[in-house]
Design a binder for this molecule. Structure first.
Ligand code: BTN
Length: 229
C-alpha cells in the first residue's frame, strides 16, 4: 500500500483518479482540500482541521453484486476510528457517519466495473476533527472536538483510520451501527416523501422497508434518501 500525505491539495479523490493508471493500492491524505467533492455533485467544504482521505483499491476477482462490501468496510472503519477516540458513532444508511445526531463524516465512493466485476474503487472520506463548520451546517454537522469536548490530533485520527481501513468487516458489524432499524422513517423518492418502517439491510446493501399498507420492499441507496424522525 502506497501512502501519499499532502498538506493541501484540490481533492484527494481527483488525485487518486490521476494515479489510477499505476494500478497500485494507495491511500492519499490531506489536511486541506481546495476543491473537495461531495455526493450528488455538491462541493465538499474541506478546511484545515478536518481529515480528507482517499483509499484507492484494485481488485482482481470481486463480484459486482458484492460491491456493498466497499461501503461496509469504509463506514465501519470510520466508526471504529471514532470509537477509538471514545465517540459513539452511528451510520445513516448507506454511509454517512453521525455522532450525537449530527453528521461528522461523509464518504464518497466511485466504483469501476468490467464484465460483472468490480475492478477499482475510489473511496473518499472526510472527517471533521477540529475544523469550524460553516454557519449553514451548524445544526446538522459536528466535529470530533465538539462531540468529545477535547481536541484530537490530525495525525492520530489519520493513522487510526488508515489502520482500520486495512481490516474487513461483516454486514452484521455494519448493521450494529444502524440505530434506526425498527424505527419509522421517511423515504424521499424523487419529490415524494413516503412514511415507512425500516426493517433491515440486505446483503446487497438495500434497505428493507415496510410501507403503511404492510407491503415489504427493498430500496437501493441510489433511488432514495432518508429522513430520520
Ligand atoms: C458527502 O457528501 O457527504 C461525501 C463527502 C466526501 C468528501 C471526501 S473528502 C476526501 C475525498 N476527496 C473529495 O474530494 N471528496 C472526498
Amino acid at each position: 500500500m502506497k501512502i501519499y500525505n499532502f498538506d493541501s491539495i484540490p481533492s484527494t479523490n481527483d488525485f487518486a483518479e490521476s494515479i489510477a493508471h499505476l494500478n497500485e493500492d494507495s491511500i492519499i491524505t490531506a489536511a486541506e482540500q481546495t476543491d473537495g467533492h461531495g455526493s450528488k455533485g455538491r462541493s465538499f467544504v474541506s478546511p484545515r482541521g478536518g481529515l480528507y482521505l482517499t483509499e484507492l483499491r484494485f481488485y482482481s476477482d470481486f463480484k459486482a453484486s458484492k460491491v456493498f462490501k466497499v461501503m461496509i468496510n469504509s463506514s465501519v472503519a470510520v466508526c471504529r476510528t471514532l470509537e477509538r477516540f471514545a465517540l459513539k458513532p452511528h451510520i445513516k444508511w448507506p454511509n454517512d457517519v453521525y455522532v450525537n445526531g449530527k453528521k461528522i463524516c461523509g464518504i464518497l465512493i466511485n466504483n469501476s466495473f468490467s464484465g460483472g466485476r468490480l475492478t477499482r474503487s475510489v473511496v473518499g472520506i472526510g472527517i471533521n476533527i477540529t475544523n469550524d463548520l460553516p454557519p449553514f451546517l451548524k445544526d446538522t454537522a459536528i466535529n470530533m472536538a465538539a462531540a468529545g469536548g477535547k481536541d484530537y490530533s490530525f495525525a492520530s485520527v489519520r493513522d487510526e483510520l488508515i489502520k482500520n481501513l486495512t481490516a474487513e468487516y461483516t454486514v452484521e458489524e455494519y448493521k450494529s451501527y444502524l440505530h434506526f432499524l425498527g424505527d419509522n422513517i421517511t423515504l424521499i423518492e424523487g419529490d415524494r416523501a413516503v412514511n415507512v418502517r425500516a426493517l433491515d439491510v440486505d446483503e446487497l446493501g438495500r434497505l428493507i422497508v415496510k410501507d403503511e399498507v404492510g407491503d415489504v420492499r427493498a430500496v437501493a441507496a441510489a433511488e432514495v434518501s432518508l429522513r430520520l424522525k
